[in-house]
Design a protein. Sequence first.
Length: 403
Amino acid sequence: MEIVTITEARRRLDGALPSYEAKIEYVTPNQALGRITARDITAACDYPPYRKSPFDGYAIHSHDGNAYEVVATIGAGIVYDGPVAAGQAVRLMTGCAVPDDCDTVVPQEYVERQGNHIRVTESIPPGSNIIPKGEECRSGAVIIPAGTKLTAGALSVAVGLGNERLPVYAKAKVLFLTSGRELVLPGEVRHHGQIYNSNAYLFQPLLEQYGAEVTFYHVSDGPDQLADEMAAVRRLARDKDLIVSTGGVSVGLYDTMPQIYQSLGAVQLYDRITMRPGSASYGGVIETDGRRTLILGLSGNPSASFNAFHLLAVPILRRLNGERNSEFPVVTCHLGDAIYKKNPVDRFVQGRLTYEQGQPIFTPNTTLTSSALLGLAHTNALAYIKKGTAPLPKGAPIEVIFL
């Protein structure tokens, strides 16, 4: 058995992908939310692409007086390209293109109108109230740098500047496995001694949330099915960048996942981590025809696997998807409740980070066992307690990983 620290486990996993380069593909904006830009995205046009009115009013061709003849009325998206002589005006709405001959926009509140004539009631210098073409950026300017995660706001910018297809890194292909005869899926009959497969509904969405294209399969740990399961996992793993499994990696009689990985030709990187919860763990790598597939075998216990997933799998997923920053932010907080735990190894405690009177507070979950489930419904942070730290009282300072 090769036992390593969480830091060493991460170092070995990262070292197994020394020269990984994600593939690049072009997708439509509808397919791009949450993806990572592989190249700089530039403006396909000036923005705004024309001289624009900032409000409802009148575009005028200035002259010495304050009286104007209204020759047209237009709304947004309508262009008036006729002549506008000195002393004439065009009524227009917010966002309209200002006619070429006009030099000023007068807010409608500063106008008195009778029929087709207006009188400007306030002094407005010529050139006022026109948003110039290209005020925000010029065509060709970089608007979204490579390595940016495309949020809804970023997509709005890309589309607003005329981009129809966006260069992004291809999604990492992940095989997600759960294991154990004790697990049943919703809709299946649950017998005594069985539990529902909550991990299937925890980690597939998390993998997709972090940009993966996921294939799911449940592995039976029955000894008479081991050969068939080896063949099934081998078939499903062929084109994958990463394999993530939960369960079957401890020291029980039916913990067969390491055997399955060995049958695929995996080289073991470690098979236990000195942390709680989540010490039951397996790391490996398969190399076939120049392609490397990383393996993360996590505990079957929900809280333990949740911690290991965020500490180990998320940095790998971010690298596979082309993200430049793979780390979660760390916040120094005060404990909302005491943590009465001895810490013979590094410990990561699940809980909730909130702000009270402007101060960050970390409140640990009520149940702090590796098999705890209910707290996952509101967990948004992990408190890090270093090996050898004494039990911590309420109000003690603590470093928290904000998920």
